[in-house]
Design a protein around this ligand. Structure first.
Ligand SMILES: [Zn+2]
Length: 464
């Protein structure tokens, strides 16, 4: 039969309300499933990994990332959202060929795994042709990560010859759903990523209904700038289109009423603190969303501007929220948002937001073995007081020593497993060179910034 692993002696942080943390515990994994957890287990016919002095946690879940942007790393370090849209969405995205998307998604997914992310929501909105979609998906499969491949229905700035109409894009998504992504139990599942909802509402409605018809979750950027007229959430609510299968992203300008609507529908929000703070998308909605009862998760969004690890995202989201509370209260007497809360946002809450709460997101017998090991003897984690809080406030991606996805080691004792890292690096550098050459080099990236307001109809939504 398959692999049996006894993970011995770790400080186990379960992130599961029904399963207590174990200051020193054993975890038995069989055929990809956690079959037992206890202070001490005795098992034969298994390989034993000594994890004494180390931390064992569920794998982290990145609820929002445009993985295709990996070759553009840090190009947008000083960009606002308008710069970003002009350079990345208008200029660079159409310059990607399928092989570039594959190189990008493979390197990006491996970067995520390396940083302890075992599940990724890939908001894949660089699909110029069916070949682009296939390449993005193949790379996720190749990487070993668990993912929601959210097919991006957004068209590029110029009409694609391969997918010239909205209907053809919907049909291509359906093609994948009926072929490669027909299963709802595979490592890669299908989702739909909506076009920005400031496009005509009829188009957004068609996209939402299409996701429902395909029976897949949907995710959508939402209220990342002030919107005049009815908000996206109001429109969806008015037509009965909200639901637990919707993962909104940002919602920085959502009203408290909209947050309540999302909470009541069972939907979720992905906060991406680093992009929101940098680009001028308003303050992360974390605190308001949690107070409204929304299932709230975190994402890295784009490595074209910022970091690709969730330790940074947890810390930023937490401390910004605390700063805002101090400002509001004139020095809070109690920190209402607790550090450990952030850990559930990148584990169990995120799994539930993706409909995967019974599969991943915490350590409990019966769940898939999606787990990570952090070094316990690093100076930045020594002495290890309050392990959960230390993970949120002290740990970094460099502490991730081993990563298991569905019982298979993706990273083991410091190294990605069965990955030719040099080749992955070579390919993503080639993709960077090819894409930049096609647009006339880095100096040409912001050339169309002025024309942008017209193209994207930013600010006051013109379809309002
Ligand atoms: Zn995004």
């Amino acid at each position: 039969m398959g692999d049996r692993w006894l993970l011995r002696g770790a400080e186990v942080i379960t992130c599961d309300p029904a399963q207590e943390d174990l200051p020193r515990g054993d975890v038995l994994v069989e055929d990809g499933i956690i079959v037992a957890m206890a202070p001490e287990l005795h098992a034969s016919d298994c390989r034993v990994v000594d994890l004494r002095g180390k931390l064992l946690l569920p794998g982290l879940i990145d609820a929002h990332r445009h993985t295709w942007q990996t070759p553009l790393r840090a190009l947008g370090a000083d960009w606002t959202v308008m710069d970003y849209l002009a350079a990345v969405r208008v200029k660079l995205a159409p310059a990607f060929q399928p092989e570039d998307v594959h190189a990008a998604n493979l390197a990006g997914a491996l970067e995520a795994l390396d940083a302890g992310i075992t599940t990724l929501v890939d908001y894949s909105h660089c699909i110029e042709s069916p070949g682009h979609a296939d390449a993005a998906l193949t790379a996720l499969e190749d990487s070993g990560i668990r993912a929601l491949f959210a097919y991006g229905l957004a068209a590029g700035p110029r009409q694609s010859t391969a997918l010239p109409t909205h209907a053809s894009r919907l049909a291509d998504a359906q093609r994948l759903r009926t072929t490669r992504l027909a299963s709802d139990t595979g490592r890669i599942r299908m989702g739909i990523a909506l076009t920005e909802m400031q496009v005509p509402w009829e188009q957004s409605r068609a996209e939402i209904l299409s996701a429902r018809e395909l029976g897949v979750p949907l995710t959508a950027h939402c209220s990342a700038w002030p919107v005049s007229g009815p908000s996206e959430v109001q429109r969806m609510a008015a037509e009965g289109l909200l639901g637990p299968d919707v993962l909104f992203v940002h919602c920085t300008f959502s009203s408290d009423e909209d947050l309540k609507r999302i909470a009541d529908s069972g939907g979720a929000i992905a906060v991406t603190p680093e992009t929101e703070l940098q680009m001028g998308m308003g303050f992360p909605v974390t605190g308001r969303a949690l107070r409204a009862g929304v299932r709230t998760t975190l994402g890295c969004d784009v490595v074209s501007s910022n970091g690709g690890d969730l330790f940074t995202a947890m810390r930023l989201a937490l401390q910004v929220e605390r700063a805002r509370a101090h400002e509001r209260d004139g020095l809070s007497r109690v920190l209402a948002l607790k550090a450990a809360r952030m850990l559930s946002m990148v584990t169990l809450d995120a799994a539930e937001a993706l409909g995967l709460g019974r599969v991943t997101g915490s350590l409990r017998p019966g769940k898939d073995a999606d787990l990570i090991v952090l070094t316990g003897d690093a100076l930045n984690l020594t002495p290890l007081n309050r392990p959960r809080d230390a993970v949120v406030l002290q740990a970094h991606a460099g502490n991730v020593e081993s990563v298991m996805v569905r019982g298979r080691w993706a990273k083991f004792q410091g190294d990605l497993v069965d990955v030719d890292v040099a080749a992955v690096r070579r390919r993503v550098v080639q993709a960077r060179d090819a894409v930049l050459a096609r647009v006339g080099g880095p100096s040409a990236l912001l050339g169309e910034r002025e024309a942008l307001a017209e193209h994207w109809e930013m600010g006051a939504a013109k379809d309002a």
